[in-house]
Every structure is written in structure tokens, then in C-alpha cells.
Design a protein around this ligand. Structure first.
Ligand code: GLU
Length: 470
């Protein structure tokens, strides 16, 4: 049941590929407006193109929306399953004289188009069966049902983004509603589904603006309520050109796998085409409060990975430690082969979170930097760390172990012992710390090493350092 007066929005993707970030932004805007206004957000899978629709694409859409936490209300509507209802509406228009049977054969239509092309005229159906008596058709001949569209005047879209957009009716021909094989057209399906789902606002990409004029003609013929339209400008690549495969990173999943957080993506996609003054950091709760249809930008937005990184670093830093640990566990579980964050690793992670959080722009970077906490055992030093671990460095490691034997295993004490050792040798603290880091983490960069040794605990730290000491 629709609550009277509350907006009902929808996201209506065609399941022909991945969930594109343009699509994700469309979904987000619809979702935000529904949540902002206390209305509903519905999901309709437009799978009428049987050749191009795939179950994998349906899953990609569902997974992408779920990952972004753009939850929909009600059951998913699958457009193809409603073909009977679409047919019924075409028949109703026919019975009311608002649509007509067109018996033109494909060959005849091709001939018509060729003549139009030759004469340099726009290609459109010439209305040859509009006023002709169907009795003139050969008996039993197949026919399509076409809308008897207005031929004069204008169809005007009052678009919340684009403003007033006018279409001369003489430029819109009588579109097919039902094909001669009995299949409803996409245009009919969209209008009928939007009506049956009680959609009040249609926010989608501006590649559908021309369709809106035709859909409005159909809505008017049916005497149905007209939705509010908002057509969003496309997203462009960092170079200003229309976003394409060439730019890479088109699928929402790709952003997930690069280690961007859902909260980052929601904030980022929101700012791609919507603004609230100069605010850049807009967490979702704030976005729900502020979102409106008036502040959607009219010009194409550009992808900017630097901004995306900065936002992600911000959300990583400000995320609750436990929630971030869950996020990391989920990321590890998606790897091939999957990795499991053990309880031990999780507590280490949480203990080290303070210093880890400040260092990573993406979850991927975070994991690379925290890898030494996930499993026990001797580290395989990377190339740079291997260079640090000279014979001299190994001797220092050995002396550090001797000096810390029996001492409390805490960061301040460990640092003090390292300092004493450095002083005794006329070295800087870093010269003692670096071999310890290389041995304990396998890398030459890490959060403050003494804090990390405390997190690893005495037994584990000693085992790791011992294997690179002399
Ligand atoms: N199925 C269309 C698409 O994926 C969207 C149609 C609509 O929003 O009306 O582009």
C-alpha cells in the first residue's frame, strides 16, 4: 500500500552487465530521496530483452546495491514476468481507440525508411495505418499495436534537473506498444510498471530524456498520473570525456575490490552531481537529511580519484574499530583464495588500529600494511627489508633480545631498551629499530614498531626476531 502523499521511487536497471557507477549513482539518488522523504525505494529488473539479460547481471546488480547498503522496499519486480499485464494495457488502448493496428510488414517499413533516407527526411513511421480500416488488411495478417500519439503541439517535460524540455509532437511518431509477435515494447512496459508500482518520481540518466517524452504521451493517453522527472547528466572520466571502458573502473565491484568503503562510495557518488554548499564530507545520515532534488547539478560530473582517496582515508580513520575489523574480514574473505581473520588476528588488529588507521587510503593498503598481524610465524622479508637485515643488523637484533629478556613486554619498556642499546653503540634509535621492524614485519615501513611488538606479544615477537638475529 502506498502511503498517501509519500514519494515512491525506483531503480530500474537492465540486467545486461555489471552495476555501472553511473547506475549506482542513479540508485543512490532515488534511495536518498525516498529515505529523506519517508517514502519508498523499489527495485525493478528490466529483463525484457531476453537476448541480453543474464542471471549473472541480476546478481551483480543485487550484490552491488547490497554492498552499497542501498536497501529496497518490497519484493523485486521482474519486468518480463509482467508481459501479460503489459499486453492487457495495449489491448485496452486499442479498444478505446487510443491505439491502432498496424499491418505494415517489415519489408514495407524498410522501404518507407529507405525512401525517407533518400529524401533526406527524418526516419519515422508515417502513420499509414493510423486512419486506415483494419478490414483492408489481408485476413489473418500479423499486426503491431501502435499508440495514436498527438500529431500537433508539444510534449513538455518539467524536469527537476533539466528544466523545461520541449518536444514537438510531429517529431515523435506513433510508437509500437505491442509487436506483431505479441511482445510488449520496452516503452510500454516501463509506463505500465511505473503506474502499477505507484511511482511518483523518476530519477534516471539523461540518456532517457527522449524516452520521457514518449512515455508521457502514453501516460496521458491512459489518463494516469504524471510522475516527476529528473534526468541526471552523465558521469565523465577524469579527462572530461564520457565515461567508457577506456577509463577502467566502471563497475561498482571494481571499487569494492580496490578497497573503497561503501560509505566512501555513497559520499563520493552523492557529490558527483549533487551539492550542499561546499561540503565535501557528507556521511550518509547527513545526506539523508539534506538530500533534495533542487541541488542536482546540470552539467556532467567528473571522476576524481584523488578526491575519492581522500574521502576513503577519512572514512577509514573515522570508522569504529570493530566495524572496520569486520570490513577487513569481509575483504579477506572475498580474496582468492579466501583468507579468514582469526580471533587472534582480529584482537591484534583492534589493538593496532590507532596507528594503522592513519596510514591507509584504501582497505587494500590497510591490509598490506597490517599483513604481519594476521598470521603467526617467521616473516619472509620483502626486498627492502632483506637489505636491512645485514649481519650487523642481525647482531643488533640478538642484543636487543638479550636486553629485553625478563623485562615487561610493553612498548615504552621496549623502546627504552632499544634506546639504551643505541646509546651504548653510538647509534641512532632508528638504526636499532629498523632491523627489528624488518624482522618482525618483513617490511621497512610499519606503524611504530615498539607498539607493534607489544601487539604481537613477547613469544611471537621473539620468535620472529630470533630468526633474523645473530
Ligand atoms: N532500464 C533502463 C536502464 O537500465 C532504465 C529505465 C528507466 O529508469 O526508466 O537504462
Amino acid at each position: 500500500m502506498t502511503e498517501i502523499g509519500k514519494p515512491v521511487l525506483r531503480f530500474a536497471p537492465s540486467p545486461t552487465g555489471m552495476l555501472h557507477i553511473g547506475g549506482a549513482r542513479t540508485a543512490l539518488f532515488n534511495w536518498l530521496y525516498a529515505r529523506h522523504s519517508g517514502g519508498r525505494f523499489l527495485l525493478r529488473i528490466e529483463d525484457t530483452d531476453r537476448e541480453r539479460s543474464t542471471p549473472e547481471a541480476v546478481s551483480a546488480i543485487i550484490n552491488g546495491l547490497s554492498w552499497l547498503d542501498l536497501t529496497w522496499d518490497n519484493e523485486i519486480v521482474y519486468q518480463f514476468s509482467r508481459a501479460g499485464r503489459h499486453r492487457e494495457i495495449a489491448e485496452k488502448l486499442l479498444a478505446e481507440g487510443k491505439a491502432y493496428r498496424c499491418y505494415a510488414t517489415p519489408a514495407e517499413l524498410e522501404e518507407m525508411r529507405a525512401a525517407q533516407r533518400a529524401a533526406g527526411k527524418p526516419i519515422r513511421y508515417d502513420g499509414r495505418w493510423r486512419d486506415r480500416d483494419p478490414a483492408e488488411a489481408p485476413p489473418g495478417a500479423p499486426f503491431a499495436i501502435r499508440l495514436k500519439a498527438p500529431q500537433t503541439g508539444e510534449t513538455i517535460i518539467h524536469d527537476v534537473v533539466q528544466g523545461e524540455v520541449r518536444f514537438a509532437n510531429e517529431q515523435l511518431d506513433d510508437m509500437v506498444l505491442l509487436r506483431s509477435d505479441g511482445n510488449p515494447t520496452y516503452m510500454l512496459a516501463v509506463v505500465v510498471d511505473d503506474f502499477d508500482m505507484a511511482i511518483t518520481h523518476i530519477i534516471r540518466g539523461d540518456d532517457h530524456l527522449n524516452n520521457a517524452a514518449r512515455q508521457l504521451q502514453l501516460i496521458r493517453a491512459l489518463g494516469w498520473p504524471e510522475p516527476v522527472y529528473g534526468h541526471l547528466p552523465l558521469i565523465h572520466g577524469p579527462d572530461g570525456a564520457k565515461l567508457s571502458k577506456r577509463h577502467g573502473a566502471l563497475a561498482v565491484e571494481a571499487y569494492r575490490d580496490m578497497g573503497y568503503l561503501p560509505e566512501t562510495m555513497r559520499n563520493y557518488l552523492l557529490r558527483l552531481g549533487w551539492s550542499h554548499g561546499n561540503e565535501e564530507i557528507i556521511p550518509t545520515t547527513q545526506a539523508i537529511e539534506w538530500f533534495n532534488l533542487d541541488n542536482i547539478g546540470k552539467s556532467p560530473a567528473r571522476l576524481d580519484f584523488k578526491k575519492l582517496d581522500n574521502l576513503n582515508a577519512h572514512y577509514i580513520r573515522s570508522m569504529d574499530d570493530k566495524v572496520l575489523a569486520d570490513e577487513i574480514a569481509a575483504f579477506l574473505a572475498r580474496e582468492t583464495p579466501p583468507r579468514r581473520l582469526t580471533d587472534k588476528a582480529r584482537s591484534r588488529l583492534i589493538a593496532a588500529m590507532g596507528s594503522l588507521k592513519d596510514r591507509a587510503k584504501t582497505i587494500l593498503e590497510f591490509i598490506a600494511g597490517a599483513d604481519f598481524l594476521f598470521t603467526d610465524g617467521v616473516r619472509q622479508p620483502d626486498e627492502a627489508a632483506a637489505k636491512v637485515l645485514t649481519d650487523e643488523a642481525k647482531r643488533l637484533n640478538g642484543e636487543f633480545l638479550a636486553a629485553t629478556e625478563g623485562a615487561p613486554w610493553s612498548a615504552p619498556v621496549l623502546e627504552e631498551k632499544a634506546r639504551e642499546l643505541a646509546n651504548a653503540k653510538g647509534l641512532k634509535l632508528g638504526q636499532v629499530a629498523q632491523p627489528l621492524r624488518a624482522a618482525a614485519t618483513g617490511r621497512t615501513t610499519s606503524p611504530p614498531i615498539f607498539a607493534m611488538l607489544e601487539v604481537l606479544g613477547r613469544e611471537e615477537s621473539v620468535a620472529r626476531i630470533k630468526s633474523f638475529s645473530a
